[in-house]
Design a binder for this molecule. Structure first.
Ligand code: DGJ
Length: 730
């Protein structure tokens, strides 16, 4: 054996000269992509095609990656099914990652390896870029793999360019194409609707293609979000099993194909949806696809989610390592019906409650067409003079006098046909020129692929900040999906869906350049748009308009697999029949807020809420930045149980919620905690009780080992349907 090894920190390029003993081809280049626990191995074949030959545990000796055997049983298929970026129109007959129509109308593509570079960004992050080129056409694709070593996370995307004589049409342009070998594949994915977000389904993948996708344009995730898990060999548990998490960082149409191929391996192709989106690409222009982020864990769903959460806090979510503001929102207490007096009273309530900020929701704008309901005014971002004659400055001033901050709702991507904006700029609206308009929530989407519209949308938010320097928070809503998708601006309608999202990101880039840190909530009539493409600009998201707390336990639980708790805006509202304690305890497992009429609370309820905010403050470090451990799943237990441990393993909080209303449902056995230090002593006590109520849970001190091996029964049951246990290191 004769190796030439060039080492670039953790990424290693191995040129294998001869390796007959391992059955590898002579002269193949092997490219391992390593994180702390895992490795992907790519190999360049004799024909210069790049294939993915391994995805699994990392080897101690990286020269051994060269010995990874061919992935398919029949030689003739090697290098075809397992292509690292499957082309079309040539040898491949399976689902492609890329499909193009060249300037001359030819539809064939054959990508061959040219070279690759590794850029070490810091001790944790490396970027591997592999250049592939067609041998006949001046057409090139760069595959990028950005690894986050300690988090075991990889982001993958491609950049497509050409120098052909005329435009090229991209018919398909995936971000990533993975090839995974296992005995069986178990897909956990989600479906939903308004107020029914994140309903999980798990199924075994059989031969053929299962596609997760969206064609909704804006509010793209309302039926299905771009997140999923694939367990390998058997369904993974919370703490055991091999599982891959995937998540496309894109706020528009997506498409994720999972294909068990004829050789029983899994081909995974993820990217923007190419539905009605043949993209016309000019020569010399780089077409960059969104990032597909994934993590693999051999310790089950819990570790995979902690990988992703810690990556997100560190690298993706805006201010992911910073604090969050508790707030009082007025949406459900007033809807569109408010004025200065009402809001002044609510600002006083904000102070009495003890939260950081008051958030004024929809209804504050529109004069010719006042926003007194959802049928008019959207697009006319002038303060409504009848409701708020003193404007926003009066509200920011009153907030200041009450010692709280002030935030405001906007939905700047949208327009009601009943608005001055629509009258003035019908050409800014997404709609078919010669067909009847079709509305969702009485509104239409503005054409953000048009730079003039981008300027307008930027201007709406910028003006609010310029006129109200004290403005401390934005809730950015997006309630309509795109019917009649047609852009009056675009020459090539196939570019529209992509350029819409790019237009949105360009507005958000400009806003973030000017206002880098102001917290913003990503809302879309509930969780209609939750993804890491957007969370780069937002500090948090609104999981659902459904705030009935039992429903909410399930919704928040499922989001928690993919997003850190500090991004999940959980508001206490009057939905449902549960007491204020249950509602607040449930909201505390993420970013706490309220949307209730504080003045209607009984004195003991107000005292409870004020106390809960103090508990929240004590444990916010663990909830926002600590490790999250799921202890009992609401889908299979009477009591859902989840805990958060701060990074020093000193302070932790355990949330227990009774989710089954049947006779004698409850926590009958001890629940084992997780994530503590075995030899450390912890005082364990119930917190967040209604004033005057005693706990049936005895305060005592135990070792971490005891709490994690034997566990404790929180005694959650009817009459004690939410129980919060503080775990304080001694
Ligand atoms: C939908 C959001 O999900 C709600 O929270 C609220 O902001 C309304 N829009 C306002 O119209």
């Amino acid at each position: 054996m004769n190796f030439f090894v060039r080492s670039f920190s953790r990424s290693v390029i191995i040129v294998l000269m001869t390796l007959k003993g391992f059955g590898a081809n002579a002269q193949s280049t092997v490219i391992p992509i390593e994180t702390k626990n895992n490795a992907i191995v790519l190999r360049v074949g004799d024909d210069k095609r790049l294939s993915m030959v391994y995805f699994g545990g990392k080897l101690a000796n990286n020269t051994e990656y060269a010995a990874v055997p061919k992935v398919t049983k029949q030689d003739k298929y090697d290098n075809v099914y397992n292509s690292a970026y499957t082309t079309s129109g040539t040898h491949n007959l399976l689902e492609p990652a890329i499909e193009v129509t060249h300037a001359d109308g030819n539809k064939s593509l054959e990508l061959q390896y040219v070279d690759h570079t590794v850029t070490k960004i810091n001790d944790d992050v490396s970027l591997l870029s592999i250049r592939l080129k067609d041998s006949l056409y001046n057409f090139e694709v760069t595959l990028n793999y950005q690894t986050y070593y300690n988090e075991n996370v990889t982001e993958q995307w491609s950049v497509i360019t050409h120098h052909e004589k005329k435009d090229v049409v991209l018919n398909k342009y995936a971000s990533a194409n993975l090839y995974i070998q296992a005995d069986s594949y178990w897909l956990n994915h989600y479906h939903g609707e308004w107020a029914q977000e994140m309903r999980a389904e798990e199924e075994q993948l059989n031969h053929g293609i299962k596609t997760l996708d969206s064609k909704l344009g804006s509010r793209a995730d309302i039926f299905q979000p771009p997140v999923f898990m694939v367990s390998l060999n058997k369904p993974a548990g919370e703490d055991e099993g091999l599982v891959l998490y995937g998540n496309l960082e894109w706020s528009g149409n997506f498409r994720i194909d999972l294909e068990v191929d004829p050789t029983n391996n899994l081909r995974l192709i993820a990217g923007m949806n190419n539905y009605a989106a043949n993209y016309t690409l000019k020569a010399g222009v780089a077409f960059e696809t969104p990032k597909f982020v994934y993590t693999l864990s051999d310790k089950g769903k819990g570790e995979a989610s902690r990988n992703l959460q810690s990556w997100a806090r560190k690298y993706k979510v805006l201010d992911g390592q910073g604090p969050r503001l508790t707030l009082l929102n007025n949406w459900e207490s007033t809807y569109f019906d408010f004025n200065n007096d009402k809001l002044s009273a609510l600002l006083k309530d904000t102070k009495d409650l003890g939260v950081d900020l008051f958030l004024l929701d929809d209804g504050w704008f529109g004069n010719k067409y006042p926003r007194n309901g959802d049928h008019a005014g959207l697009g006319d971002w002038e303060v409504n003079k009848a409701k708020l004659p003193l404007g926003i400055p009066f509200l920011t001033k009153t907030a200041k006098q009450n010692g709280v901050k002030f935030g405001i709702w906007v939905e700047p991507e949208m327009v009601n046909p009943k608005s001055e904006l629509y009258e003035k700029h019908p050409d800014w609206v997404v709609k078919q020129p010669n067909r009847p308009e079709f509305y969702m929530r009485n509104q239409l989407v503005l054409d953000l692929s048009n730079p003039a519209v981008q300027n307008f949308v930027f201007g709406v938010v910028d003006k609010l900040f310029v006129e109200n320097p004290e403005l401390a928070y934005i809730k950015w809503d997006c309630n309509a999906l795109m019917y009649n998708a047609y852009s009056p601006y675009q020459k090539n309608q196939g570019n529209f869906y992509t350029d819409y999202v790019r237009g949105l990101y360009s507005v958000l880039d400009r806003l973030r350049a000017k206002y880098p840190k102001v917290p913003m909530m990503l809302c879309s009539g509930g969780g209609g748009r939750v993804d890491y493409g957007a969370l780069k600009y937002f500090t948090e998201f609104w999981p659902s308009d459904n705030t009935e707390p039992i429903e909410r336990v399930f919704i928040q639980w499922e989001y928690s697999y993919f997003y850190p708790a500090l991004t999940s805006s959980n508001h206490v509202t009057d939905w449902g029949k549960q007491p204020i304690k249950f509602r607040t305890d449930v909201a505390m497992m993420g970013k706490l807020g309220f949307d209730i009429v504080v003045s209607k609370l009984k004195p003991e309820e107000l005292a409870y809420c004020q106390g809960a905010l103090k508990t929240y403050k004590e444990f916010s470090e663990a909830i926002w930045h600590g490790e999250q451990y799921r202890l009992q799943d609401p889908k299979t237990n009477d009591v859902a149980s989840i805990m958060y441990v701060d990074s020093a393993k000193n302070n932790a909080i355990m949330f227990n919620y009774l989710v089954n209303q049947r006779y004698q449902a409850g926590s009958h056995l001890p629940i084992r905690m997780k994530g503590l230090q075995e030899d450390k002593m912890y005082e364990v006590s119930e917190v967040n009780m209604m004033p005057g109520h005693n706990s049936s849970f005895a305060t005592a001190t135990y070792s971490g080992k005891f709490l994690m091996t034997v566990g404790l029964n929180p005694d959650a049951r009817s009459g004690r349907n939410s129980v919060l246990i503080a775990v304080r290191g001694k």
